[in-house]
Write a protein that binds this ligand. Structure first.
Ligand SMILES: [Zn+2]
Length: 249
């Protein structure tokens, strides 16, 4: 690390749990961020400012005026621009030292495997069950930790699914893929702006902890937030021995 990097990251380096080693593990790391919306915004901002060396940001949408209330990585002059590109521009202004790759399409099929294989940590900031399940299958197949978040109205949730540990559940253990999984698209629902900020910031925290190998991750725990009362509930998650996704691995 050069002098400027030592200064830029000094408040992380000062943490004994992080130090130079942890900061270098951030610089070497590659994080895959699926979605550059309400959750993806704070995730991308914090991982970029913290110096995660490579970010891949995937989003098939373009920025529109209704996004700006909560998708804080985008600026008003980015309306009409691909969200991944808009995020890349904002991040370049915050930390020009990192590399930000963009995927400006809705990811599907084998592309999930290709993207997940290259990543050290995967952050699910998507808004639909098809993407969540496809991302989970790829994370299970490649044994990559998945930081999963969701938020709509005043309700948020966050969990980590880390199949590097054989006893840990995967996303499918918790939410089996069934026909009655209906997407609550925030396109038609209200979303309290700071709710996705709170959950997204926590996803960034879990991702950095996983990359530095510090603390205890949320693997095996689901946290549920009611932002109206600001009360959190913790649900212990068990692996489903008959899970159609992770029981085969
Ligand atoms: Zn499972």
């Amino acid at each position: 690390m050069n002098d400027e990097q030592l200064l830029r990251y000094s408040r992380h380096i000062l943490l004994p749990e992080v130090g130079i080693d942890g900061q270098e593990s951030f610089s070497r790391a590659h994080a895959l961020i699926m979605g550059a919306g309400g959750l993806g915004s704070p995730v991308a901002l914090y991982l970029a400012s913290a110096g995660v060396g490579t970010l891949t940001i995937c989003d098939g949408d373009t920025v529109d005026l209704t996004n700006l209330q909560r998708q804080i990585v985008h600026r008003t002059d980015a309306i009409g621009t691909a969200k991944a590109v808009s995020a890349q521009r904002t991040l370049a202004g915050i930390n020009p030292e990192i590399s930000v790759k963009t995927v400006n399409e809705r990811v599907d099929g084998p592309r999930f495997n290709e993207l997940v294989r290259q990543a050290d940590v995967v952050i699910d900031c998507s808004d639909n069950f098809a993407t969540r399940h496809a991302l989970n299958r790829a994370c299970v197949a490649h044994a990559k930790p998945l930081v999963s978040g969701a938020g709509v109205r005043f309700d948020g949730q966050i969990a980590v699914f880390d199949r590097r540990s054989p006893h840990a559940p995967c996303y499918h253990c918790l939410f089996p893929e069934t026909a009655d999984n209906e997407d609550m698209r925030c396109a038609v629902m209200g979303v309290f702006a700071p709710l996705v900020g709170i959950i997204g910031a926590m996803q960034a925290a879990e991702a950095l902890k996983l990359l530095a190998g510090i603390g205890t991750s949320l693997s095996g725990r689901l946290l549920l937030l009611d932002a109206l009362t600001m009360e959190w509930r913790t649900v212990r998650l068990k692996r489903d021995a008959a899970c159609a996704v992770c029981s085969k691995t």
